[in-house]
Design a protein around this ligand. Structure first.
Ligand code: 9PG
Length: 521
């Protein structure tokens, strides 16, 4: 397969073999670097979304990737919907027959995969765009404005055809990534029941309830809501957690579990003390305005790791949680906020990788669960990563919500992501498919929907958490929990397509199966 490439006025043609570095000597800004390959549409075409929550799935030629195009500009601006993902910089339109994704994509016919993937994102994200009508796969290096010194790798590409196993094993072997030790973890996360309304009493209630289902060494993770404001991580909210986070962490340890804590280290919400004290720590757009990365917590901004005092502050907060308070795992969220832009000395992707390397250094021997983050910059640097959007308390979205950003909360989309990105599990990190539910209160999922969510998460992920308060479980629900937890021990899992869609899994010495709605694949 041939790759034709172009950089300003330099053009070339290269055989797209197993590995293919094309280097160009440069002395000026990169204006536009791209290449293209003639390629007919396949039965299924996968494009990896910009970050954790970006819907990632196989598309058919007649499909349309949804962006923000049906949203009025006023709504986009008001809710900073373009700050969540690549909407503020992508060159690709959201039209029928046009698809794009980051770092890798594949074209599948039956069991045969053609994988196109990046071997190095530091020189800029590799963006794959496909045009069905033109039969053309275009590859762009996202490096606008970057002024490289000396040599620049126009592309570092990997191409392979084969079965799913062959192509993904081939890519990761070539990348030389050794995933960190990431044993399967089961446990609890406080988010998807109590949301930010947590305090000592409610967390203690859940901790006691968890004794009915969890085992020693499982994870008990406190999510968003413990901090006074997003960005102010030095101490817990004194009204909600008067005894502080060390005390809480000790109690979780006392119950026999690993303790996890949520934090969004590169984010600071409007109204936080840290922003009031240091308005100059915020990442700004081309016009010098603070760039809002989304509307959570009334709007929030990215913190600039190039401001030394700002970087030191983030480091102190992260280290405090693991070193002083004693947490075993940090769920680090909204990480994309660290690298919304590149500049003359660093590309957007290079900056994201640097931010992840800092995180790794700061958290040290403790575990990281990365979330809200471009995935390839996490490869080999974190134990676990969320690979899909948030589950919600209903199955589908209300029709008007389908128009908003494709990073939104959606149980259906979360399951789609879990299935579509299964190839990363155990290769890049342990996949976190997000939580499942067995409870009946505060939930609008039917029994069969809960069954699909729990089964798929158990079979396809490495992280297996629920947000239920098990003190309300009936004996039957406890039995169900045991059943799904047993599924996490399956030795092999295959996705079956055709007349019926389902998962085939090898457990207890035999092959078993479950059916799943075909809309999920
Ligand atoms: C805490 C939550 C939980 C959750 C994370 C993240 O696109 N969105 O509007 C959007 C909103 C919230 C969100 C993800 C995306 O949730 O994934 O597990 O930790 O933050 O605030």
């Amino acid at each position: 397969m041939k790759l034709n490439w172009k950089l300003n006025d330099i053009t070339g043609e290269t055989e797209l073999a197993r590995v293919n570095h094309i280097s160009v000597k440069l002395d000026k800004k990169i204006q536009r670097a791209y290449g293209y390959i003639e390629l007919k549409p396949s039965e299924g075409m996968f494009f990896n979304g910009y970050q954790t929550w970006t819907l990632s799935r196989e598309y058919k030629a007649s499909d349309r990737m949804r962006g923000l195009n049906n949203m009025p500009e006023g709504v986009i601006k008001r809710y900073h919907l373009d700050g969540y993902s690549d909407y503020h910089f992508t060159r690709y339109p959201f039209k029928r027959g046009i698809f794009h994704g980051y770092s890798y994509c594949y074209f599948r016919d039956g069991d045969r995969f053609k994988l196109f993937a990046s071997l190095d994102e530091r020189p800029g994200y590799t963006v794959f765009g496909y045009n069905v009508k033109k039969n053309r796969l275009k590859i762009i290096r996202d490096a606008e404005g970057y002024v490289p010194e000396g040599e620049y790798h126009l592309f570092d590409l990997f191409y392979m055809e084969g079965t799913e196993e062959e192509v993904f094993n081939g890519w990761f072997e070539e990348l030389g990534i050794n995933p960190l030790d990431a044993p399967k973890i089961a446990g609890y996360s406080s988010w998807y029941n109590r949301y930010e309304r947590i305090d000592e009493a409610s967390i203690m209630e859940d901790l006691e309830g968890c004794a009915r289902i969890l085992k020693p060494g499982d994870l008990f993770q406190v999510d968003d809501g413990w901090e006074p404001k997003v960005g102010d991580w030095s101490e817990a909210d004194p009204d909600k957690f008067p005894q502080g986070m060390k005390e809480l962490c000790d109690k979780v340890h006392g119950a026999g579990y690993k303790a996890g804590l949520w934090m969004a280290p590169f984010a600071a919400a409007r109204g936080s003390e840290i922003l009031k004290a240091h308005p100059d720590w915020v990442i700004r757009d081309e016009n010098g305005e603070p760039f809002a990365c989304g509307s959570n917590w009334g709007g929030f901004y990215g913190l600039d790791i190039d401001v030394p005092e700002c970087k030191d502050y983030i480091e102190r907060c992260v280290r405090r949680a693991v070193e002083d308070w004693g947490f075993d795992l940090l769920k680090l969220d909204f990480l994309y906020a660290a690298a919304t832009f590149g500049n003359e000395s660093e590309t957007r992707a290079g900056r994201m990788i640097r931010a992840m390397e800092l995180i790794r250094e700061w958290v040290g021997e403790k575990a990281v669960l990365a979330c809200g983050v471009p995935l390839m910059p996490c490869f080999g640097l974190v134990e676990y990563a969320r690979i899909g959007c948030d589950v919600g308390l209903t199955w589908g979205d209300r029709p008007f919500l389908r128009q908003i950003h494709r990073e939104r909360v959606s149980t259906e989309n979360s399951l789609t992501d879990t299935i579509a990105r299964r190839h990363l599990d155990g290769r890049a990190f342990g996949n976190d498919p997000d939580v499942f539910f067995l409870r009946t209160e505060n939930l609008e999922l039917s029994e069969s929907e809960k069954d699909i969510l729990a089964s798929v998460n158990a079979l396809m992920g490495t992280v297996f958490l629920t947000s239920d308060d098990p003190s309300h479980y009936t004996d039957e629900q406890i039995e169900k929990y045991e059943h799904y937890r047993h599924l996490t021990e399956a030795e092999d899992v295959k996705l079956i397509r055709g007349e019926r869609v389902g998962l085939l899994y090898f457990l207890d010495g035999k092959w078993n199966d479950i059916l799943i709605p075909e809309t999920l694949v």
